[in-house]
Ligand binder design. Structure first.
Ligand SMILES: C[S@@+](CC[C@H](N)C(=O)[O-])C[C@H]1O[C@@H](n2cnc3c(N)ncnc32)[C@H](O)[C@@H]1O
Length: 222
């Protein structure tokens, strides 16, 4: 019997998706002129490239995925929540952990093509019965999640990390692990989020793990 992440259906799907995600560089190349134009006209790079990102995986790395999976196993996470599912790479690691722990994974995505693809990838990996991808803005679709939430991955657009954490806060328990990706990529945009989880009066202990693009790892201690 295989542990959930080592199931051949899961590993084959992950291998395929990590390989496909290498095509992101072409998406970013196509998007670059629009991003630069946005910068030159007073907007942000993200504003300019946003329309192109519906085709980009922008996934977590395999090392981040292993860490998320093993942490979910360590804390016996039964309710696992992800803000920003994209094509479902991180969802496969977290869905596998939900399967192994006898729990459930809740993903979120607002791009219709990505929602359909993520659901298909979870089904291909044999995880459809333990995983759901909620459709639309997660600030709305995550309003009625079950409690307690045991593990969270924040990987959607960066301006919503802190509002999302605040939304989920009443459902987090002592010991809930909260991961937030791209701390090194967006230091300015994520400064208020990092300040919040580093402020002991907010009930977390937190550190940045230099994995992938910087993974903030916070544990609710109160
Ligand atoms: C960096 S990608 C996620 C990558 C994914 N976690 C993985 O590792 O495969 C961010 C995704 O968040 C989605 N997103 C951004 N804001 C969102 C929101 N408010 N609600 C739901 N999804 C959102 C975007 O459409 C995008 O696909």
């Amino acid at each position: 019997m295989h542990e959930a992440l080592r199931d051949p259906k899961v590993t084959a799907t992950l291998d395929r998706l990590h390989a496909a995600a290498k095509g992101d560089r072409w998406v970013f190349l196509r998007a670059a002129p629009a991003g630069l134009w946005s910068l030159l006209t007073g907007g942000s790079m993200l504003d300019g490239i946003l329309p192109y990102l519906k085709d980009a995986y922008i996934p977590i790395s395999p090392e981040q995925g292993e860490l998320l999976y093993l942490t979910a196993r360590l804390v016996d996470a039964r309710t696992i929540v992800e803000f920003g599912t994209s094509f479902g790479v991180s969802a496969l690691y977290l869905g596998a952990a939900a399967r192994a722990n006898g729990g459930r994974f809740f993903g979120s995505e607002r791009e219709p093509n990505k929602i359909a693809a993520a659901r298909a990838h979870l089904a291909e990996a044999g995880l459809a019965d333990v995983a759901e991808v909620r459709e639309g803005d997660a600030m709305r679709t995550f309003a009625d999640l079950p409690a307690p939430i045991d593990l969270v991955l924040l990987d959607g657009w960066k301006d919503l990390y802190l509002p999302m954490l605040r939304l989920l806060l009443p459902k987090l328990r002592r010991g809930t692990a909260v991961f937030a990706d791209n701390i090194f990529t967006f230091p300015r945009e994520l400064a208020s989020y990092v300040a919040f989880v580093r402020d002991p009066t907010n009930g977390f202990e937190s550190t940045t793990i230099p994995l992938g693009h910087g993974l903030e790892y916070s544990v609710r201690v109160r």
